[in-house]
Design a protein around this ligand. Sequence first.
Ligand SMILES: [Fe+2]
Length: 366
Amino acid sequence: MSSFYMPVRVFEEKDAVAHHAKDIKALGNKALLVTGRHSAKSCGAYDDVVEALTGEGMRYALFDEIEENPSTETIMKARDLGVAEQVDVVIGIGGGSPMDAAKAIALMIYHKEADISYLYQADADSHALPIVAIPTTCGTGSEVTAVSVLTDHSKGVKKSIPHKIFADLALLDGTYVGRAPKQVIANTAIDAYAHLCESYLNTKASAYSKMCVDAGLRTWAKSKDILEGKREAKEADYNNMLRASMFAGMAIAHTATSLPHGFSYTLTYELGMPHGVAVGFFLGGYLAHADAEDRAYLLETAGFSDVEDYRRLYQAICRPGEVAEELLERALGSILENPAKRGAVPYACNEEDLRDMTYDLINHMV
Ligand SMILES: [Fe+2]
């Protein structure tokens, strides 16, 4: 069975926020702006949103305390602000963390009597306030997925909440990506590439999700030489990076991710390793074990000659550094105990294969 469901209205253009102020206004009267500490402001998106809201006569409150890998406690703190301010729409501005947080905050404001356990309560009502997503990096695709990944310190884990929550409106403007630090662009571009590969190499993949992967790979390839440092980026490159990330988001919205994401959470939780760096660490191994035809398609369409070529670029731009064997064993253990993630792998994959994937980068350091 194949199906396709993507309920987010996506607009991609220069000055998208200004041009779609009325579309934001159509969702509510008072907004909670959800951002991290700095990047939404430094890239100009925050000012654009405030100007758009003000121009439409909308009021707003700001919650700018979203950390990388947002915690459930932070979500509840933002929920309390949103309830006190009586907001009726939530606007997430930033990378995956603020956009994922915006979904969870919109859920918890809607269910304002619920306690923190509601976030991970399966089969609970997932209605939420309307959400606007404004991505400022080029990896997460959260603007078009229903996923919200949070960190639950009480259990010491980072994982998706069971609620599936789409934004209502996504406003894409590559200008913001162009103002992001180069390292953030590199890390998030690797995350987007991983989304494309993990969606394609997935038991839930369909002709429709593969359509998104194909568009994403071809778009991603156009700016690969920027990552390699072979030329300076132009405006169109940042739009391509953002669009590739969005296509990748559409792909994983239909399939979810697979093993590299599953492995990655241990490194991010224990080392604070950025998400894209942690995911990319295991991607070479996942590709190396795939069927030859699939592997060639995923690598060559993105502009890589082989897995070694991917590993080389990844190490050069993401610089993962040392990872202790004990942590890799824990990452491996987390997958061995996770039948859902293992079930997403479309090829034969025994414990020895999983061990190979875990140590793939260590065994192929350049
Ligand atoms: Fe990711």
